[in-house]
Write a protein that binds this ligand. Structure first.
Ligand SMILES: [Zn+2]
Length: 168
């Protein structure tokens, strides 16, 4: 019974004492989302929030950054790429810089970066859904379907972890 008095909250509707972590009053059913939590519970929640979502978030952010750096290297010609060969070096380089910038933004948990990635993820999902009928008309739809599913999976994962981490 460690710190029982510190970790309770009071229902704003029926004034019963409740455990600090519940989201709904067990007596009257009132929502407790607006109730201020005791510091101990907030601390606990933060520790719990540092679950797999946060690790995935930082891994995805690192991938954004690395992808950007790789594209910059392609743009400069350090890494052989078709872009440099066809004279699109500056294009892929700038694209890479944007990518890397977003990656740094994500790593520092900047709201603008999370916002941009959210929009891009929704766009990816939208475009993927539009592509499904075309995919079904393909003669051999397995590989494109896997590619599509992978893209959609990454987009959903990004939206989910940003939602989780961004709320903190
Ligand atoms: Zn209540």
């Amino acid at each position: 019974m460690r710190g029982a008095t510190v970790t309770t909250i009071q229902c704003p509707s029926c004034h019963q004492n409740l455990p600090g972590w519940v989201n709904q009053c067990q007596f009257c059913g009132a929502s407790l989302s607006g109730v201020q939590r005791p510091a101990a519970v907030v601390q606990q929640r933060k520790a719990q929030g540092r679950a797999w979502e946060e690790y995935v978030y930082y891994i995805l952010a690192a991938i954004w950054l690395l992808q950007g750096l790789y594209q910059i290297a392609q743009g400069i010609g350090w890494v052989p790429s078709v872009w440099y060969a066809i004279g699109g070096g500056s294009f892929i380089g700038i694209w890479g810089a944007i990518h890397a910038f977003i990656g740094i933004g994500l790593l520092t948990e900047a709201t603008w970066a999370q916002f941009i990635v959210k929009i891009l993820s929704w766009l990816t999902l939208g475009v993927s859904v539009i592509n499904i009928p075309w995919l079904l008309m393909e003669k051999d739809p397995l590989v494109p379907a896997l590619f599509l599913a992978f893209n959609m999976g990454v987009a959903i994962l990004q939206l989910y972890v940003i939602h989780k981490v961004g709320d903190a």
